[in-house]
Structure formats: C-alpha cells, structure tokens
Write a new protein. Structure first.
Length: 365
C-alpha cells in the first residue's frame, strides 16, 4: 500500500482490513504497540493529536480535530507541524487495517494512548469524527508560538491569539503546557534543541518543579532564544518561563508543582476538551479504549527497571540511552523534585550517579 505524507512517499505492508464496527480497544492496542517498540514515539504522537486539535477557532467555527486534516501535506507544511509527517506514517498501517476508522479518530485516540503509555491519566475519549477534504485545512499560524519577541507579546499570543481563540482560560493554558514534560525539541524540526525534563517519556509534574526551582539562563548558541539549566542538559522555551514570570500563570504553576494528582485530573479534563473542540456527532459516552496494562507501559517498565506501583533501586540492563531517564519508575501520583543545589542529567549519566542526584517523594494519588 503506498501513501503520501507531506513530500514523502512510503510503502507499508497491507494488513488484514477490519470492516465491522471499529473495535477501538484493538486500535488503541495497536497504537500502544508502536509506542512500546520505541517509547520516544509516544510524545510525538501526543504532539500530533495536540496540533490536529489546536487549530480550532470559536469565532469562525472551523479547525480542530474533527476533519483529520493534519494528514494533508498542506497542513503538515505549517511551521508548527515540522516533524509530524513521520507520526502520520507510523499510524498509516493502522488506518489501513480498520476500514471504518477515520484519520481524525485515529489521531486523537493516539494522543490519549500516548498519555496513558507515559504513566499519565486515562483521558476520556469519544469516537465519531468524520474526515474532511483538503479544503478544510485552516490557515497557518494558529498553533502556539514559543517566542514573539518579548514576554508581553508572547503572553498575549498564548492568551488571546491561540488558547483564547479556542476558549481556554489561564488555568487550562498552564495545565496543557504540562505536556512539555514529555519529548524534546529537535533543531531540524522546531529549531530548538533538548528535552524539558530528565524523564522525556514519563508524564509527571516535574516540568512545573523544574520551571520554579532551577535557575534558567540564556543558552549561548547559534539557534533561537532558549534557556538552559546549570548542567546544560535541559531546556525551556520563552513561553515555558512565562508560567513562572506571569503572575496569573504562576499561581497555577505552583499548584501543579505541589500536587501531581491534581495535575493529572485537570490535564485529563482539559485534553479531552481540546480534542473535542469543534466536533459534532460524537458518541454520547466515552469509548472504553484503555487496556488494563499496556505494552508501552511494560516496555517503559523494562527501561526504567521497575514495574508500575512498585519501587526498586535496581538498575536496568537496557542498552537504550535515549529513553533511560530515571531508572526507577515512580508509582502513579508520584513526582520528581530536583534538589536546588544539583543539576539533572539525561540520557547517558551512570545509574549510581543519577540516583544520588535525584530524590523521589510521593504524593497522594
């Protein structure tokens, strides 16, 4: 089966097509296997779902996830979508397998599966989106910008031009920004470089703690303005530091930094809202899509060296440096706090040194 995404043409083996009513739990399981094979794909699939949904306008009543238009090269060419063509390609065999599955449902379901695979909350998800033609692609410029020149302009862009356009308030802006706990920036995509946290495949409120508790200085390099921690291993964008410096944002940043369970609860509500903006005809009740224990979670446990809800200090024998992060996987509701006089390391730091550098503490889940 040949498919075209952006400027790339690829070929995938044609799986057996399922023509009956879509089994969304089976679809979610297939997505989870993609993430289980490479946990770094999870954050990219979450970004795909976010950007597919984040074009909605409550004024013009267009955009959003409903039409699945991010599959078209015209939308993938938008500046904020650099690097997402590969994510569409990863999902193409699943789309081919399930005859009645829309791209729009596939992309949004991939987002909630990615959240769960990162040990995040189970986000309610409803089916029924209908793919639209390329004419439904919205103009470029509707996604969040990391830097508009000054903090004031960047804050206005977030509040009014992007999140306000979709109907989100300051609290929802802050909680949705918590997705930056996952993944990393790539110079060949966004132009920025590096991860936000030392655990880029694990969703926790550590993102907020890092913003508040580490000193961030301007990175000296040839790329766009970004900030780095004392070790140079982690980064923040100008828009990230607004969550610390803007008083209206900061009050919510402090709340989520102290309470991982509240972060999870509020994130699940806000992310469901994001994925349903502009959608009509969805199933009345959320679809039961989440398996009891995912393959991606099992893979992350293998990498981290500890199963979910069980603690261990034993290192892992995994040879993957990209996803090593913390070698001890915290139970759900537990988060990472970095000591003020230490600097986090990622990827290649030896386990004993990493364990001394980081301390974990629990919160009520």
């Amino acid at each position: 089966v040949a498919f075209t995404t952006g400027t790339a043409v690829g070929f995938v083996a044609a799986p057996e097509r399922v023509s009956a009513a879509v089994d969304y739990k089976a679809v979610a399981s297939d997505i989870d296997k993609i993430i289980g094979s490479d946990p770094d794909k999870g954050p990219t699939l979450l970004r795909l779902a976010w950007h597919s949904s984040g074009t909605y306008s409550k004024v013009s009543k267009d955009g959003g996830s409903y039409g699945g238009t991010i599959r078209f090269k015209e939308e993938l060419a938008h500046g904020g979508n650099a690097g997402l063509a590969k994510a569409v390609q990863w999902l193409e065999p699943i789309k081919s397998k399930y005859a009645d599955l829309s791209y729009a449902d596939l992309f949004t379901l991939a987002g909630v599966v990615a959240v769960k695979a990162a040990n995040g909350p189970v986000v309610p998800w409803r089916a029924g989106r209908v793919d639209q033609p390329v004419e439904a692609v919205t103009p470029d410029g509707r996604l969040p910008a990391a830097d508009l020149g000054t903090p004031e302009k960047t804050a206005k862009g977030l509040r009014d031009d992007v999140f306000g356009r979709m109907g989100f308030d300051d609290r929802e802006i802050v909680v949705l920004s918590g997705a930056h706990a996952l993944g990393r920036c790539h110079p060949d995509a966004s132009g920025y470089s590096g991860p936000w946290t030392p655990t880029p495949t694990l969703l926790t409120n550590s993102y907020y703690n890092l913003i508040l508790n580490l000193p961030w200085t301007v990175k000296k390099w040839d790329g766009p303005l970004q900030y780095e921690d004392p070790s140079g291993a982690l980064m923040m964008l100008p828009s990230d530091l607004l969550l610390r410096d803007d008083p209206k944002f900061a009050k919510y940043t402090k709340i989520y930094a102290k309470d991982n369970a509240k972060f999870f609860a509020d994130f699940a509500v806000a992310f469901q809202k994001l994925e349903e903006l502009g959608c009509t005809g969805l199933t009345p009740d959320p679809v039961e899509w989440a398996a009891e224990r995912s393959a991606a979670a099992a893979e992350t446990e293998l990498i981290s060296g500890a199963p979910r809800r069980r603690e261990t200090d034993e290192p892992t024998s995994s040879s993957s440096s990209r996803t090593s992060g913390l070698r001890r996987r915290p139970p759900r509701g537990e988060h990472v706090l970095l000591e003020r006089d230490t600097s986090p390391r990622v990827d290649s730091e030896p386990w004993p040194r990493r364990r001394r550098r980081l301390r974990m503490y629990g919160t009520a889940a």
